[in-house]
Ligand binder design. Structure first.
Ligand code: FMN
Length: 488
């Protein structure tokens, strides 16, 4: 389904990536980039996929795989396979009443849908349309009264799992959204270009702009009376993310939520232990799909230590970069109980609505393949790392890739010393190879290090004159002019 040369006939989408391409064609650029993009230079976004791809599977043969059971129980809910649809804000701008379509698709395929606080369809609309219970995702808002009301609404709608997102105390800067004018503050010419981007996609205009109204945030209508577009809700939402939230606030959530509680956005074993100590029933190892802090570890590389720390105390789920059944297999084999998918369902619903979401769930189920499924049977992932014989990293190169990310993290306390050495010009090698060290100095280069360093390839050298002078010199980029804070 991709570029002409990539496909024989391109008659039908086969994979999640095909749906990404279909969504790219159908959606206005600003919406496609809102889904597709990540924070800052998108290093974490890329790492999520790259690190999954770097893990190889051990192939075993002639083992009876005639009785593969994918069904599992996650947070007390029976699922036909260990997959859930992650909370994705603004869904109803990608397809007509997209949250309803996604919830129906999840129910049809026996998995669970998680409704975002900043959805277009409200909790009640999804509950009325969905034949199965779904999960509800909440941010800790400054307006605690409103959050309490949301929890009561979710409870009344039959939700039995609350997913509390804890990695959004401060919203990550998403450069693509700023460049596309998603943050507002546009002059007339820019507003016109933004509108042309919308009307240049007639299928989307017909389906969503005209057919998918109202475009309010269904869960937040009471907070913004009279708001009729996502923009009119943005100011309220932006003001509601609370940077003062601490572990103590969990007691308040517990007081208002009588069912299972999950913390989403855990990347560190110490935080995972704290979550278990606070008695939550589950955690999602997540970096918000690379949309929050950049230069954090990929979720798959963070997973083993977290499973080691708390895998026997609560359900450990993972999201970030899951694009195929094989990715699910790898996460399960490293100890996850289930995986959530974010962008995959957003692309699929944008491209083909409910049928698209059902199709990608079928694809995830099928493309694991019986051998891999045997390796990763739910509940069969061994707890101790030395017993994880199901999985092995195939090449030394792969080992190094994962280790480098872990080492980079461990190096964090050393950064001030690094910084001093770098400022004194003593450690040129580190400057070239260690982008995280450079960003700690506030001097991240707008082009990858090797392009500027002594490893510059002859091809890159040819390209250098084409880059803006600032990029060639490695000078810091100017501060963004527009408010870079997106909605979710
Ligand atoms: C367009 C978009 C909107 C999102 N909105 C929310 C949200 O409202 N609440 C939340 O907890 N996470 C949100 N996320 C993060 C997802 O729940 C999930 O962590 C992430 O998408 C997983 O990575 P993946 O997209 O690579 O599967 C959003 C992600 C995307 C792509």
């Amino acid at each position: 389904m991709l570029r002409r040369g990539d496909r024989p006939l391109g008659l039908a989408p086969a994979s999640v990536r095909d749906y990404r391409e279909l969504a790219r064609r159908r959606l206005p650029r600003q919406l496609f980039d809102y889904i597709d993009g990540g924070a800052y230079e998108e290093q974490t976004l890329r790492a999520n996929s790259d690190d999954l791809a770097a893990i190889g599977l051990r192939q075993r043969i002639l083992r009876d795989v005639g009785d593969i059971q994918l069904a599992t129980t996650v947070l007390g809910q029976e699922l036909s396979m260990p997959v859930a649809l992650a909370p994705v804000g603004l869904g109803g701008m990608f397809a007509q009443r997209a949250e309803v379509q996604a919830a129906r698709a999840a129910a049809a395929k026996g998995v669970v849908f998680c409704e975002s606080t900043v959805s277009i369809c409200g909790i009640e609309e999804v509950a009325a349309a969905s034949p199965e219970p779904f999960w509800y995702q909440l941010y800790v808002m400054r307006d605690r009264g409103y959050a309490e009301d949301l929890m009561a609404r979710a409870d009344a709608a039959g939700c039995r799992v609350l997913v509390l997102t804890v990695d959004l105390a401060v919203v990550g800067a998403r450069y693509r959204d700023t460049r596309n004018g998603m943050s507002g503050g546009l002059n007339t010419w820019a507003s016109l270009r933004k509108s042309l981007d919308l009307v240049g996609h007639p299928a989307w205009v017909r389906d969503v702009a005209l057919g998918g109204r109202p475009h309010t945030f269904g869960n937040l209508e009471k907070a913004v009376p009279g708001g009729s577009t996502p923009e009119s809700f943005k100011e309220w939402v932006d003001a509601q993310f609370d940077p003062t939230v601490t572990w103590d606030d969990l007691a308040w959530v517990r007081a208002h939520w009588p069912h299972r509680l999950v913390l989403k956005g855990i990347l560190d074993p110490d935080d995972a232990r704290a979550a278990a100590d606070h008695g939550v029933e589950g955690i999602v190892v997540s970096n918000h799909g690379g949309r929050q802090l950049d230069d954090t570890p990929s979720t798959i590389s963070a997973l083993p230590a977290i499973v080691e720390a708390v895998g026997d105390r609560l359900d450990v789920l993972l999201d970030g970069g899951i694009r195929s059944g094989l990715d699910v297999v790898k996460a399960l084999a490293l100890g996850a109980r289930a995986c959530l998918i974010g962008r995959p369902w957003a692309w699929a619903v944008a491209a083909r609505g409910q049928a698209g979401v059902e199709h990608i769930l079928d694809v995830l189920r099928a493309d694991g393949g019986p051998l891999q499924l045997e390796a990763a049977r739910p509940g069969r992932a061994p707890k101790r790392p030395e017993q994880r014989h199901h999985l092995r990293l195939l090449a030394r190169r792969d080992h190094r890739l994962l280790r480098r990310r872990v080492l980079r993290l461990r190096a964090q306390p050393l950064l001030p010393r690094h910084a001093r050495r770098l400022e004194a010009g003593e450690d040129r090698r580190t400057t070239e190879r260690e982008p995280s060290a450079r960003s700690a100095l506030g001097r991240r280069s707008p082009v990858p290090g090797p392009l500027l360093g002594r490893h510059t390839s002859s091809r890159s050298r040819l390209l250098l004159p084409l880059l803006p002078r600032r990029a060639r010199s490695g000078a810091p980029r100017p501060a963004a002019r527009l408010d870079p804070r997106p909605l979710a």
